[in-house]
Design a protein around this ligand. Structure first.
Ligand code: UD1
Ligand code: CA
Length: 462
């Protein structure tokens, strides 16, 4: 039998966002809303996802390449019309169930989706609408029930009379269908309403007219319906999600004494007894161990941090930091960097595409790029690995326990041996053997009385 699948509606423009991008690309905690929706579907075990694109379809298709199938809706004729674009995809899932989701409702969660599916199959419904009870139902489709509480229709705001408008149980936009029933119902949808749109919500009364069973599953998570139509609403959703993530982490033993400016991607794992300080932004793809202090003012992206680390004013992208490393203040880790255990980097240090061995110290004003640094190395202040000659990038290799003097330039490719020293101010162009001292600078000459002979003196400023 075919697997269950999901169709996500994402063709709308979202006029009030005043954006050059499709509305579903608006970001919540640095991830487009559509990604949150796809993640919920995947977390509910749905692998086959088809997104209906429309407004600025190319941008959305480029974003989704590799993560979901897409079909284009060339005109915006309503949610029913949007689903009609996906009939081939739905037909491939004949015999299974189809989940319809709104791409602009990022709080839908996998538990609600799974629980609704159990309810749908246990009752043998052809359609199960996920509903929610809300304080302010304005703008939503209302769940209409008869006097026996049987679900009989969804009435859109524009078509609702005064009594119907009072109903506070609303359609979340998420619903399960038997794939074959949906394929039979879609052609029956008409656009004879005040907006001239094909409403997907008409399928409820159409199914009942064909004596098919439909249900409404009321979600515990009323936030599942929340959507963002404007930047102000987006900011509200962002704040709601931000607080949910912070609450979850605190429950897991993470200390966040002041959450000001703390923004953490929902998928982030952080170990117990780690402290997150203000101004810390943790974007997608990060994992942090226990007993760390992260922040203040630290931005991490695709970065793994071990246990017992301190990161103060660190910016890190696509890097790994091992246990007990102490980074900061003011460190930039760039892609493909591995910082070993007990390493210290701080005071304006940049590391890129390099491995830094354990117990190495890079304490001041240093650039380490395209380098393999051993353990126990000491970098003086102002060292530069000169990795780029204008055409190609080359690597520097620095052996264990080496001592790189202040203001050394290491012109790559070059190797400094184990335990070797470079004299301060050296520009090293050739390999330094193990245990050697390399001095590569002009010997100092003092010209006696040079200033007196040079007369006149410089004009005095004081
Ligand atoms: C829809 C529901 C409403 C429900 C609400 C929940 C209908 C007719 N109404 O209303 O009952 O309470 O969602 O938020 O279904 N889209 C397309 N193509 C279109 C039109 C819409 O892809 O032609 C997409 C939008 O991008 C959006 C989703 O479908 O992601 C919902 O469309 P929207 O116009 O926001 O519907 P609502 O008026 O909110
Ligand atoms: Ca909407």
């Amino acid at each position: 039998m075919a697997d269950n699948c999901a169709v996500i509606l994402a063709g709308g423009e979202g006029t009030r966002m005043k954006s050059q991008k499709p509305k579903v690309m608006a970001e919540l905690l640095f991830r487009p809303m559509i990604d949150h929706v796809i993640a919920a579907a995947r977390a509910a075990g749905i692998n086959d996802v088809c997104v209906v694109t429309g407004y600025k379809a190319e941008l959305l298709e480029a974003h989704l390449a590799g993560s979901a199938e897409t079909v284009r809706q060339t005109e915006r004729l309503g949610t029913g019309h949007a689903v009609m674009q996906a009939v081939e995809f739905i037909a491939r899932h004949s015999g299974a169930n189809v989940l319809i989701l709104n791409g602009d409702a990022p709080f839908i969660d996998s538990k609600t989706v799974s629980d609704a599916l159990s309810y749908h199959t246990a009752n043998g419904f052809v359609q199960t609408v996920i509903s929610a009870k809300v304080e302010n139902p304005y703008g939503y489709g209302r769940i209409v029930r008869d006097k026996n509480e049987n679900f009989i229709a969804i009435t859109e705001e524009a078509s609702a009379d005064a009594e119907t408008k009072k109903i506070n149980e609303i359609n979340s936009g998420a619903m399960w269908f038997r794939a074959d029933a949906l394929l039979a119902l879609l052609p029956q949808i008409k656009n004879d309403n005040s907006k001239g749109e094909y409403y997907l919500t008409d399928t409820v009364s159409l199914a009942l007219a064909s004596h098919l069973r439909v249900g409404a599953f009321t979600a515990d998570n009323a936030d599942a319906v929340l959507g963002a139509n404007s930047r102000a609403q987006l900011a509200q959703l962002n704040e709601l999600l931000r607080k949910k993530v912070i609450a979850r982490l605190m429950d897991a033993g993470v200390s966040i004494p002041c959450a000001d400016g703390v923004l953490i991607d929902p998928g982030t794992e952080i170990g117990a007894d780690t402290v997150i300080l203000p101004g810390t932004i943790i974007k997608e793809g990060c994992k942090i161990g226990s007993d760390c202090v992260i922040g203040p003012n630290t931005v991490l992206y695709k970065t793994t941090v071990g246990n017992g680390c301190a990161l103060n004013s660190v910016q890190s992208e696509e890097a790994t930091v091992k246990d007990n490393a102490n980074l900061g203040p003011f460190v930039h880790l760039r892609p493909n960097t591995v910082i070993g255990e007990h390493v210290h980097c701080g005071n304006f240090v940049e590391v890129k595409n390099s491995v830094v061995g354990e117990h190495t110290a890079v304490s001041h004003l240093t650039y380490v790029g395209d380098s393999d640094v051993g353990r126990g190395v000491n970098f003086g202040c102002g060292v530069v690995t000169v990795n780029f000659n204008g055409k190609t990038k080359n690597r520097c290799v620095i052996g264990d326990d080496a001592f790189i003097g202040c203001n050394t330039n290491l012109i790559a490719p070059v190797r400094v041996g184990d335990r070797a020293y470079t004299a301060a101010g050296s520009t090293i162009t050739e390999d330094v053997p193990d245990d050697a001292l390399s001095i590569a600078r002009q010997r100092q000459t003092n010209k006696e009385n040079w200033v007196i002979k040079r007369k006149p003196y410089r004009e005095k400023k004081y």
